[in-house]
Every structure is written in C-alpha cells, then in structure tokens.
Design a protein. Structure first.
Ligand code: FUB
Length: 464
C-alpha cells in the first residue's frame, strides 16, 4: 500500500530540508536530470524517487550513481531533497544506479534498487531501509535480493516494483528484455517467500513494471516497445494490464502513455489528494537526451469501467524557445516540397497552436518517404547551438518523423553537429535540440519518416 504513515512525520522531515521550489510545468525540475520515477504518498506529501542521469552532452551511455528524492504537497511546486541513496551505500555495488522504488511497511521505508554488482553476473536488485521517507537509508541485506543466480530470474534483473496488499502480503515484480518476473516477499520485505514466477498475460512487456491496486482490481503498467505503439523498438510506450490476483493472470488493456521524447520510459501511477497521476520521464529538459532524462507528471483519468484513458503529455509552456532565431534571415532549401505546400512556412516566425495547425502555410514532403532534408543558408556565417522543430502531422499521409539529425556545413562537407542532444519528434511543441556552438553558412535537418509516411514542419528555428 502506497498511502500511509502520519502526515506529522513528513512535515517534520520537510522542515529540516533545504527547499528549492520549481514551477508546475514539465519537466518538473530542470536543475539536474532525473529518470525512472517511483511515487509514494505519505500523509499530505507526494514523494517521487528518481534515478539521476549524469551523462555528458552527447553521451551514449547511462551515467547513474545515486538516487534522488523530490516532494510536493500540491503536485505543482516541487522540493528537491537531493541524493538520498547512492552506490556507495551498497558495499557490493559496482556501477549503474538504475531504476528504483520505495515501499513503506510498519513505519519503515524499503528502497528497492537496480544495481550492477562488483561480482559475477550483471544487474541485481538490492534493498536499502530507512525510518523516514527521506532516510537516512542503509543497505538492508549486505548483498542482492535478486541476482542472475536467483532461479528463474529475468534476463536483466532491474526495475523493481513492490506492492503490499491489504492482507499484508508483499509482492515484488521486476525485469527487462521482455522478461517480467514476480515473487512474494516475506514480512521482513527483504527475503523471498516462495519461487520466482513468470506472470502470464503481460502482453509485449519490455521493462519498468509498476504494480498498484484500485477498487479491488490489480493494475500492472509497464514499458513496451512493440511496433504497435512505437516508431522504433528503441523507444517505449506504456501499456497496462489488469488482474483479479496480484500474481495474475493478466489481461492486457492497452496503451496508457504514448512514446515520449526519450527512448526509454518508466511509469509510476498514484492517487494523491483525490486525483490520479502518471509520473514518467522524457528528454524534454534543456540539453536533455536519452541519457539525460527528466521526470514529468500529468493527470491520469479512469473510465467508469476501470480502464485508464491515455495520458495527455504536458510539455513545457508550448511556446517558442527564446534567443536569436537565425532562421528568419536564412534562405530555406529542401530535398522535396509538395507542390501545394510552401517551404517558406518553416521560417516565417509562426507559433503553431498544435501539430495539425493549418491556419498558415505548411511545409510537407508527401508522397516522399525515407529521409528528406530541409536546410538554411546564410550569406555570412552565423553561430548556432540550438535547433527547434515544430513538426506537422496532418493525420493522413504526413506523420511525426521517426527520427531526425541536425548537420552543419563545415565549408567542404556536411557533418553532424557536435554533442547533439536528442532530436525530438514529439507533437504539439517546439522540439529543442542542443549542441556545441557551430559557426556555419548552412544548417541542415535530416528528417526520417515513419514507415509508410511522409513528414512536414510548421516551423524550424535555428537559435544561437
Ligand atoms: O535508467 C536505466 C534504465 O533505463 C532503467 O532501469 C530502465 O527502466 C530504463 O529507464
């Protein structure tokens, strides 16, 4: 059960904390990169436990060394509590402070974490325990709870989610590489009670399970990467299933969150102050990327029959990024523009209402498929360090791209801009890509379509 523990304790803890509130937009904080959220309500406070992405700009691997805590009492203003657990708290840890979740029981808080150990095997699940939602936390076992040597463990033992049912029985789910696993835990919360099972009916499970209960129904949300919901298997959507038993069998119910701007995604679903929320991560923070992710929170709504509506992603303020937009002084060129569309649309300074906004001319390359490009040309070199693309989606032959890549003219050839962050392909927003500044006379955006579709843009900014 995730709703527990007296409000007074949370209040006492908060008074001891240096607070740094941030505003209500997504990502919920942008002063550091946070990923893999897990949510917990304690009294009047919603805690979000996250991983911490520290990869450099342009990095191609996770750099994750600690776990962070954020909290709010209004789901709008967030307090950063910093790192409350790190690899150094586990003497047997080698690297990789991946996804984690906190579950309370009998006044104690159990923080289940994914860790690469310093012994044989790959990832493990360890447990730390503390006496308050903010710790301090210490290693509860002195070694992994789940490892590669656990009989019937997953191909990748990460992403724990723990749920204590009304009868006091605790369940641990985890897994990746399409291998979901579950086991009962003993009341001590740090040992298994029975064999590891492979739950049935978790359709297209990839990783990142989140188990909860509502109105007597068990819900399992999880990341999936099948072609039915993502533009490429590198990305993830969030699917969910329901069951009348916490170990299943499960009945798949559909997608509750579409692909986001980061390749990975990781859900938490929680009721707080009478409203339900989905907590997840994206690459939407400035300089963000697949290894520099940021936690987002949005409302989640249930239908009368208990199914969940798809979450509408709130993304920043939706307005154009600030800075000098060199696109306005550029001449645009393209590999192809449909005869009835207008390339000049990309740098006319328009701020669209959404990706289907046709109130002004649009750029589209239907019926071309594969990779097309748009570029800006200047007579004299300009210094550029950000690209912001607002994609066009007519819900017919033109769809959001599968991917994109920013390039610049070196004087003799095109090269990828250095240290590029994720080239976002989200709808209804300016997808900001950052990179190390280049001085150039040409900037090119290579746009790769989803299979069977063409692509288009409503606006493309080239910012200093
Ligand atoms: O953050 C590292 C890993 O990426 C997590 O454990 C997965 O859920 C995915 O988000």
């Amino acid at each position: 059960m995730r709703r527990s523990w007296p409000a007074v304790l949370a209040a006492v803890v908060l008074t001891l904390t240096v607070v740094s509130p941030s505003s209500a937009v997504n990502p919920i904080i942008t002063t550091r990169y946070t990923a893999d959220p897990a949510a917990l309500v304690v009294g009047n406070t919603l805690y979000v436990y996250t991983g911490h992405d520290e990869a450099p700009a342009g990095g191609t691997n996770f750099v994750m060394r600690d776990w962070q805590v954020l909290s709010t009492t209004d789901a709008t203003n967030w307090t950063q509590h910093g790192a409350r657990l790190s690899l150094g708290d586990f003497p047997w840890a080698g690297a990789d402070a991946w996804a984690a979740e906190v579950e309370p029981r009998n006044g104690r808080y159990y923080w289940y974490v994914s860790i690469n150990g310093n012994g044989p095997g790959w990832m493990n699940i360890g447990v730390a325990v503390g006496d308050s939602p903010l710790g301090p936390f210490t290693d509860a076992i002195g070694g992994p709870l789940i490892s590669d040597s656990t009989p019937n463990s997953s191909g990748l033992n990460i992403d724990p989610t723990v749920f204590v049912d009304d009868d006091g029985q605790a369940y641990l789910y985890w897994g990746s590489f399409w291998g979901v696993r579950a086991v009962r835990l003993n009341p001590d919360m740090i040992s298994m009670n029975g064999p590891v099972i492979t739950p049935q009916g978790v359709t297209n499970f990839w990783e990142a399970p989140w188990l909860f209960k509502r109105n007597g129904v068990y819900y399992l949300a999880y990341a999936a990467n099948d072609a039915g919901c993502v533009s490429s298997s590198s990305f993830a959507c969030i699917r969910y299933a329901t069951a009348s038993n916490p170990l299943g069998p499960w009945t798949h119910r559909g997608v509750v969150l579409d692909q986001v701007s980061s390749t990975t995604n990781h859900p938490a679903i929680i009721e707080f102050n009478g409203q339900w929320y989905m907590v997840y991560h994206t690459a939407d923070a400035p300089g963000g990327g697949n290894f520099r992710r940021s936690v987002a929170v949005d409302r989640l709504f249930f239908n009368a029959d208990g199914t969940m509506q798809k979450v509408a992603q709130t993304r920043g303020g939706g307005g154009p990024p600030s800075g000098t937009n060199h696109a306005r002084t550029a001449t645009a060129a393209t590999s192809f523009v449909s005869a009835w569309e207008n390339l000049a649309a990309v740098n006319d300074g328009f701020v669209p209402a959404n990706s289907a906004d046709r109130t002004r001319p649009v750029y589209g390359n239907w019926p071309q498929q594969g990779t097309q490009w748009v570029e800006y040309r200047w007579t004299n070199p300009v210094s550029v360090s950000r690209s912001a693309a607002y994609w066009f989606d007519d819900n017919q032959g033109i769809d959001l791209p599968a991917s994109c890549q920013v390039q610049y003219w070196t004087g003799s050839a095109y090269a990828n801009v250095p240290n590029q962050s994720a080239c976002g392909v989200a709808a209804n927003t300016f997808n900001v890509t950052t990179f190390s500044p280049v001085s150039t006379t040409r900037l090119r955006l290579n746009i790769t379509a989803r299979s069977g579709f063409s692509t288009g843009m409503l606006e493309w900014m080239a910012l200093n």
